[in-house]
Design a protein around this ligand. Structure first.
Ligand SMILES: Nc1ncnc2c1ncn2[C@@H]1O[C@H](COP(=O)(O)OP(=O)(O)O)[C@@H](O)[C@H]1O
Ligand SMILES: [Mg+2]
Length: 151
């Protein structure tokens, strides 16, 4: 069993779910509520697919009450839950893998924290071994729903 696999709400692992925005948020809150640190969640998907929307819901379910913004311009945002520190990392604007060192990547991924990473593919081989992978995709012809694959 891969890390974090046990916390994925039902059905997502078997062929995916197509969820509207409220369903996506509800799914994310369930995942957050079931999550225990340390856990790294790697969120992939095109711009606008819903990665930040899902991350906000996961953090909410995890107990973060601070407003969660889009971290694009800062790369790393730190939040607090009664359960642990939580990090939201958006690697979209990372120019080079070497920049990970400057943002404290090595320490963050080794911490007992919940870490959600958007654009994780930009971390190359510095992504930890067994993150929980979640992929979001647009659904052709349906502006309201997104496809979610997890686990
Ligand atoms: N089913 C859905 N799930 C998530 N977001 C959705 C959905 N349908 C529409 N949206 C909208 O799509 C946008 C997704 O933006 P965002 O979460 O910032 O994406 P990303 O971080 O992947 O670039 C938001 O404006 C959100 O309201
Ligand atoms: Mg985003």
């Amino acid at each position: 069993m891969r890390a974090g696999h046990h916390v994925v709400p039902h059905l997502a692992g078997s062929g995916g779910l197509t969820l509207d925005e409220e369903e996506m948020k509800s799914w994310g809150r369930q995942l957050g509520a079931a999550s225990t640190a340390p856990l790294v969640i790697a969120l992939t998907g095109e711009l606008g697919a819903g990665k930040t929307t899902l991350a906000q819901a996961i953090f909410s379910g995890y107990g973060v009450t601070e407003p969660v913004t889009s971290p694009t311009y800062t790369i790393v945002q730190q939040y607090h839950s009664p359960r642990s520190i939580a990090y939201h990392i958006d690697l979209y604007r990372l120019n080079d893998v070497a920049e990970l060192t400057n943002i404290g990547w090595n320490d963050i991924v080794a911490e007992r924290a919940l870490v959600i990473v958007e654009w994780p593919e930009r971390a190359g081989d510095r992504l930890p071994d067994a993150p929980l992978h979640i992929e979001l995709a647009y659904v052709a012809g349906d502006p309201v729903r997104r496809l979610l694959l997890a686990g």
